[in-house]
Each structure stands twice: as structure tokens, then as C-alpha cells.
Design a protein around this ligand. Structure first.
Ligand code: ADP
Length: 288
């Protein structure tokens, strides 16, 4: 009530003398809602900074600890020195990945309102991104199958090539990382869906452990992980799917997630198919 009065006063002082009660009341309600939204976004920002600081502080503390040990009794022990330098390298790489992801996120947010305009063949972009991950799949003993034909033109989308590449890499990388050894990962065009009319999709399907229902809707939150220890061990930052969501939002697309615990997950990126009228002036392929 106190707050409500304060807002009312602030607004009333800006109104011409004699303004009616109803008009003032309407403004008051609007301003209270606005402030509530501000509070939520302030809280989200505070949480984000706290999480990011925590994620950076942990490897930093570890590196500082090992430097101290190296300056002390481990100085003359070549074996310990090798071991500690290896750990420090791993922790520094973790910090580097995190800083890279934080910068990606902030770049994407900064350009969120700029519509990507390059005419791209979705199948060609997806195949190129997925094909680049064969070495990672082999390393993880995962069978990667890229079932996208690039002999025929695929659907045309208006996009940012690097960002769409990043989305595909994130999804395939996760499927390989979390799918588990001996599993299969397929990348293929999605069947058209009535849920996403006028959009073309690429699905990344894994036969891994799947994700519990209550966690699925939280996957794109920044720093949300089903198992934080496992994610860190696998080099995850907890930002991959948040970045993916932001990129797809910027493209007026969507991320579909279906998962069956014990059987696997399907992540599908959806993007509006461009038509001739969407042309940016470049001569490109026309959507099917
Ligand atoms: P991370 O850097 O931890 O991989 P992401 O934002 O990419 O962060 O993913 C968030 C979390 O979602 C992961 O930590 C993991 O728990 C879960 N996850 C993502 N993809 C899969 C998948 N294909 N199978 C099972 N779990 C997954």
C-alpha cells in the first residue's frame, strides 16, 4: 500500500491540476506493474552476476592455490610441477570457455533487435556444423550420423551464419557429451510440425539418459545444469542452451525439446522459412 501511494504521488505531480481520479488511477496501476517487472529483471541480473562470479571464482581459487604450492615445496619436484601445471591449464581453459560464452551472450543480447538477413540454406549450414564434430564423436566413442542431404537445395532461412553454426554445434556437442559412450547421435531434418507452421527444423537426436520432465523447461536458464559436476567435467559452462535460445529468439525461431528419461532426447531448432519477399537483395536460393 505504501508503495502504491508513493507511485500515485509521483504520477500525480506530473498531471495537470484538476485531472480526474480515474486517469490517475490508470497510470498508477501501469507504473506498479512496470516496477514489478523491473524488480524481476534486476533480480535476474543480480543472480546472473552472482552465478558468473561463482563460476569464475572456483577455478581461479584453484589456480592461485597451485601457484602457491609451486612457489613452496613443489618447486623442486618435477613430477608434482607437471601435475599441477596440467591442472592449472585445465582450470584456466575452463575460465576461458566461460568468458567466451559470457561474451557471446552479451553480444547476442546487444544485437537482439537486429534482424539477421543473410539468405542461408539451412541444410547446408546444419550439415557443415555437424560434420565438424565427427572427431569429437570418435573421441567420445559416439556414433554420429548426419542424415542431411546437400545434393538438393534445402529450405532457405534468413540468418546469421556464425550464430546458427553455434546453435548446431551446441546441440550436437551436448548430445555427444551427455549421450554417453557407445550411444548414437543423429542429425536430420525435422518433419514439419503443426506447432511450428511455416518453419523448417533440424533435429539432433540422442540415445542417452534423457532428461527428467521437471528439468526440461529449465534447460535454457543461464547456468542451469541437471548435474553440475558432470557438466563441468565435460567442459560445460551451463550457458550453451541459454545462448541457443537467445540466438533462436533473434531469428524468430524456437527450440523444441522432447526427452524420455532412459531413452534419449531430441532437440530441434526451428526457423521461419524465407520467401522471395524476404530477400535482402542478394541473389539466393528460394525456399521450397
Ligand atoms: P552445459 O555447458 O552444462 O552443457 P547447456 O546449457 O548446454 O550447458 O546444457 C544445460 C544442461 O542441460 C546440461 O548441463 C545437461 O545437464 C543438460 N543437457 C543438455 N543437453 C542434453 C542432452 N542431449 N542429454 C541430456 N542432458 C542434456
Amino acid at each position: 500500500m505504501m508503495e502504491r501511494e508513493r507511485f500515485f504521488e509521483a504520477r500525480a505531480s506530473m498531471l495537470p491540476a484538476g485531472a480526474g481520479d480515474f486517469g490517475e488511477e490508470a497510470h498508477v496501476i501501469f507504473q506498479i506493474e512496470d516496477r514489478t517487472r523491473d524488480k524481476a529483471s534486476l533480480q535476474a541480473r543480480t543472480d546472473f552476476v552472482a552465478n558468473a562470479s561463482h563460476e569464475l571464482r572456483t577455478p581461479l581459487a584453484s589456480i592461485l592455490g597451485y601457484i602457491e604450492t609451486l612457489q613452496g615445496h613443489a618447486k623442486e619436484d618435477p613430477e608434482a610441477r607437471e601435475l599441477f601445471l596440467g591442472i592449472m591449464m585445465k582450470q584456466a581453459s575452463r575460465m576461458q570457455r566461460l568468458v567466451d560464452d559470457l561474451m557471446s551472450l552479451s553480444r547476442i543480447e546487444m544485437n537482439a533487435h537486429v534482424r539477421p538477413e543473410e539468405r542461408l540454406d539451412l541444410h547446408a549450414v546444419a550439415a557443415e556444423a555437424a560434420n565438424a564434430l565427427f572427431p569429437l564423436a570418435t573421441q567420445n566413442d559416439v556414433l554420429l550420423q548426419v542424415e542431411i542431404s546437400t545434393d538438393e537445395p534445402g529450405p532457405t532461412v534468413l540468418g546469421d551464419r556464425d550464430q546458427l553454426n553455434q546453435v548446431l554445434v551446441n546441440l550436437v556437442d551436448n548430445a555427444i557429451k551427455y549421450g554417453g559412450q557407445g550411444q548414437k547421435v543423429r542429425v536430420r531434418p525435422a518433419d514439419p510440425s503443426s506447432k511450428y507452421p511455416g518453419q523448417a527444423g533440424i533435429s539432433v537426436i540422442d540415445t542417452g539418459p534423457g532428461i527428467a520432465r521437471e528439468n526440461v523447461h529449465r534447460l535454457t536458464e543461464r547456468f542451469f545444469r541437471v548435474n553440475a559436476g558432470q557438466s563441468r567435467d565435460k567442459g560445460g559452462t551451463g550457458l550453451g542452451l541459454a545462448i541457443t535460445k537467445h540466438i533462436l529468439n533473434r531469428h524468430s525461431g524456437a527450440l523444441g525439446i522432447e526427452s524420455q528419461p532412459g531413452h534419449g532426447s531430441t532437440f530441434t531448432l526451428w526457423l521461419p522459412v524465407a520467401n522471395e519477399a524476404d530477400s535482402d537483395g542478394n541473389v539466393g536460393k528460394i525456399a521450397n
